[in-house]
Design a protein. Structure first.
Length: 818
RNA sequence: GCCGUGGUGGCGGAAUCGGUAUACGCGACAGACUUAAAAUCUGUUGAGGGCAACUUCGUGAGGGUUCGAGUCCCUCCCACGGCACCA
């Protein structure tokens, strides 16, 4: 009688599985495909944490299940290896990021393999590998040549004391994370991707490219994620209206979604960046004061802006503008509560119906004029809902919705404005003044200007002769071997672009590379893409709800537009794993010292126990507190399962479980119910309830001394995706030579899961008074007859009149009395 | 403020179609085994009342629909996550 010793069996099978190449995705296979993907991890120095294990276990169970169901499964893993932590570590220690990354990947790989995950490692990718980032650069050039990558001045975080650009993550709270000084905004030339081109649907050569908004309706993603993306894109429909300014032809164009409130407009506000300020110049009588205000705003940090609770602004003296609807002349202000980067950079202020304008008007004693009253009659100081128009000329009395349409038509007819859609989403700033990323493949030549690196010269390699000590300049600027180059067009001395790409660029296409990771001619061949893409199931953290997922969708849509892929959405089904919290319900963090290290758990309880425990904690998507004591329950379950195969007499029965006499009463029924439940639960990612059901089966089966061998075998098969090592060991112990993972997933027998006897609930006025055991399929008449004969029921009916009987077949009978 | 998700025993959670609320697991209590402990096994474990059979209450709060509500509708409270001067 062998003992369950995970320390021996887990490494043993991990080695054997590797030798057998069980998890290789086949490029040419008649089987249907499933592409099951984890978000590739950043190989951090602190190693794998229990959150990784949660996500990877879920996809591993699903992948193993799908292989047993007969699918050709692609389940790869790789490394999102570029990024700040490795570079910061290099600055501190002088150890090159290539080295730390290599070490971290080694550790991660070892940890991942110790958990028995079924990755096809022959597909591994590493975004910091030149063979990979060659294609990141190639895609950049593809975008560049098609007008999707461009350069323009943009605000970046700048630390005056370190004389350097900071990434947003390094400027949190408006403070430099190196020296603690305030971060200011500085205008510098930056690279952008034109993601905004893909917000709405477009038709290219008769091909419909669904936009980032509409594409969401075709994918199976959590509602919260779809909502967050829509929110981020921030589509808003409204009107652009011209307010004329005497002596200044362009006038002031404002954007509003509430044209119905325009009769309440008492002034107009422009952003400090508005071109009108410079163009009007001396026409503004207090131009000095205005310029001082604008300069002060520019110096303001994000922190100041966040802290500034009070609105501020300056009137443009001598300037008036005219409301096209009523011809009223109103003042113009400059104020930094209006953003230069949204809409037209100018708004019509309606203090009676907009809280920001209200606040500003109160501070500067500006007129507050009501033009909407509530339908409900309730009146507040500042009423921002729709209602009924008052004091609005010919539109008085109309509802807000009606008025908006009529006023739009009026504007269009009189050429004073037009319908306009605005978005919060901006183009994607992809350049980083950083070392540890993919270099942007552009050369600057005095004669030829901006020159893309010729494809044959890719990849543009990261130089190694760099010093990481902070000097105030990008490390790439200081590398002579890198920076100085010959112009590929005219041959004179030129300079390379020293910026690298945002790591999100690298992760926007990695799922395509797994299809054909060794290809050195293309980022992936058309046949490989057709074979594997799109991704069927994608699992990862909810922190990527917006950025990564939006960027990856943008890449896919751009590639579809260029005819390089024939699908529109990269991830058909998406799920997020919930955060695993510390035992006290707070976030795990290094500083608090409450981080659970999976290595320790594997050492103490085994990989199978850790896997099942993490799946059993609760629904995959929920945040759940860790509780080491809870693993004991899983170990008990595994020990019991072990005993089923090793301590019971296993009877051979040819006819199959259910038709034989050797099965304990009720066991075949429970087995088939369990198969059904586990199958359905895996399909729906409800691993916690699948495990409960297997526990119920094991608890029941443990009561008997002898069990039919086929029943135990079927059970091991459904257990195998969860506890692969134990299932494989037991499978071989009871005499099977071929791996359990090459078997077929068991089917349940529908006839067996139907109970012959059911418990029928008897209710009086909806309250349970008795349950009776009856034959399944009993008729209402028969059920009622039995129910009324019950001793416990009789007293409830005394002196009562039966008004109604509700019968739910095989479930309940409810007698309504008065 | 806006958007989203959720609130069920001492704890993690189950009930996904409106039909026995608390499956499964942890913990706790009692018992068996043991010199003892651990491990294991068995039983009990929502709250109140009753010797008992039983019975009343009970899924964040309050209302409603229904023969019947954790589940549907309305009003509200709280927690978590995202966005946030986006006109």
């Amino acid at each position: 009688m062998s003992k369950y010793d995970f320390k021996i069996i887990e490494p043993k099978w991990q080695k054997k599985w590797e030798e057998q190449e069980l998890y290789k995705a086949e490029d040419n296979s008649p089987k249907p495909k499933k592409y099951i993907l984890d978000m590739f991890p950043y190989p951090s120095g602190s190693g794998l944490h229990v959150g990784h294990v949660e996500s990877y276990t879920a996809t591993d169970i699903y992948s193993r299940f799908m292989r047993l169901k007969g699918y050709n499964v692609l389940h790869p893993q790789g490394w999102d290896a570029f990024g700040l932590p490795a570079e910061n570590y290099a600055i501190k220690t002088g150890i090159h990021p290539t080295e730390t990354t290599k070490e971290a990947i080694k550790t991660f790989t070892k940890q991942i393999n110790s958990l028995g995950f079924s990755y096809d490692w022959s597909r591994e990718v590493n975004s910091s590998d030149p063979a990979y980032y060659k294609w990141t650069q190639w895609l950049f050039l593809l975008f560049y040549k098609n007008g999707l990558a461009y350069k323009k001045k943009a605000k970046v975080n700048w630390c005056e004391s370190c004389q350097t650009v900071l990434a947003n993550e390094q400027a949190e709270g408006g403070v430099c994370d190196r020296c603690g000084n305030k971060v200011i905004q500085k205008d510098l030339e930056q690279w952008f991707f034109k993601i905004t081109d893909f917000i709405e649907d477009q038709v290219v050569d008769n091909n419909e490219v669904k936009g980032l908004l509409n594409g969401l309706s075709s994918v199976d993603w959590p509602d919260s994620t779809k909502a967050a993306q829509k929110n981020w894109i921030g589509r808003s429909e409204g009107s652009e209206i011209k307010f004329s300014v005497g002596g200044y032809e362009p006038g002031i164009k404002v954007f509003t979604t509430r044209v119905d409130t325009i009769f309440g407009c008492t002034y107009v506000v422009v952003a400090p960046e508005h071109p009108l300020l410079k163009e009007l110049g001396k026409a503004i009588k207090n131009i000095d004061e205005v310029e001082a205000y604008v300069a002060a705003t520019k110096k303001k940090t994000d922190l100041d802006r966040m802290e500034a609770k009070e609105k501020s602004g300056v009137e443009l003296k001598g300037i008036k503008t005219v409301n096209p609807f009523n011809g009223n002349s109103v003042s113009v202000y400059v104020a930094d509560y209006v953003l230069g980067s949204y809409g037209t950079g100018a708004v019509m202020a309606v203090p009676a119906h907009d809280e920001r304008d209200f606040e500003f008007a109160k501070k500067y004693n500006l007129q507050i004029k009501e033009s909407i009253i509530s339908n409900k009659g309730s009146k507040t100081e500042c009423y921002t809902d729709d209602g009924q128009l008052v004091d609005s000329g010919e539109f008085t009395g109309k509802s807000s919705a009606e008025a908006r349409e009529l006023m739009m038509q009026w504007l269009e007819k009189n050429l004073q404005g037009s319908r306009k859609v605005n978005y919060k989403l901006r183009d994607w700033l992809i350049s980083r003044q950083r070392y540890w990323g993919a270099p942007i493949p552009i050369i600057y030549c005095e004669k030829c200007g901006e020159v893309p690196v010729p494809e044959k010269d890719l990849p543009v390699l990261l130089p190694t002769d760099v010093d990481f000590k902070p000097t105030g300049e990008s490390p790439l600027m200081l590398s002579k071997t890198f920076h100085e180059v010959i112009c590929p067009v005219c041959g004179i001395k030129a300079k390379r672009e020293s910026d690298t790409m945002d790591t999100f660029v690298c992760s926007s296409w990695y799922y395509l590379r797994y299809a054909d990771n060794l290809n050195d001619q293309e980022f992936a061949s058309q046949s490989a893409l057709k074979q594997w893409l799109p991704v069927d199931v994608y699992l990862g953290g909810a922190e990527h709800t917006v950025l990564h997922l939006l960027y990856a969708r943008f890449f896919t849509k751009a590639l579809q537009k260029f005819g390089l892929v024939d699908f529109n959405e990269p991830f058909l089904k998406l799920r997020h794993q919930g955060t695993i919290l510390a035992e006290d319900g707070t976030k795990m963090s290094k500083s608090k010292g409450n981080v659970v290290n999976p290595d320790v758990i594997v050492e103490q309880y085994g990989a199978d126990a850790l896997r099942i425990y993490e799946m059993f904690m609760g629904p995959l998507e929920d945040a759940k507190p860790w509780n080491t004591k809870g693993i004991v329950g899983i170990t008990r379950f595994l020990e019991k399962a072990w005993k089923l195969a090793t301590e019971k007499t296993l009877t051979d029965c040819e006819v199959g479980v259910g038709q034989c006499n050797c099965a304990p009463v009720g066991l075949p029924q429970l087995l088939h119910k369990t198969i059904k439940k586990v199958t359905e639960d895996i399909e729906e990612f409800r691993f916690n309830t699948a495990i409960s059901q297997m526990m119920i089966f094991v608890n029941f089966a443990s009561k008997f001394d002898s069990l039919p061998k086929p029943a135990v075998e079927k059970f091991l098969k459904i257990l195998s995706p969860f506890a692969p090592h134990m299932a494989e060991e037991l499978w071989s112990l009871i005499g099977n030579n071929e791996s359990i993972f090459l078997q077929k997933w068991p089917e349940y027998n529908g006839a067996l899961i139907r109970d012959e006897l059911v418990n029928l609930v008897v209710q009086i006025n909806g309250k349970v008074r008795e349950t009776i055991e009856v034959e399944a399929g009993i008729t209402e008449e028969a059920a009622q007859k039995i129910a009324l004969e019950q001793e416990k029921i009789k007293p409830w009916l005394e002196n009562k009149e039966i008004i109604k009987v509700i019968f739910v077949p095989d479930k309940l009978i409810n007698i309504v009395v008065k």
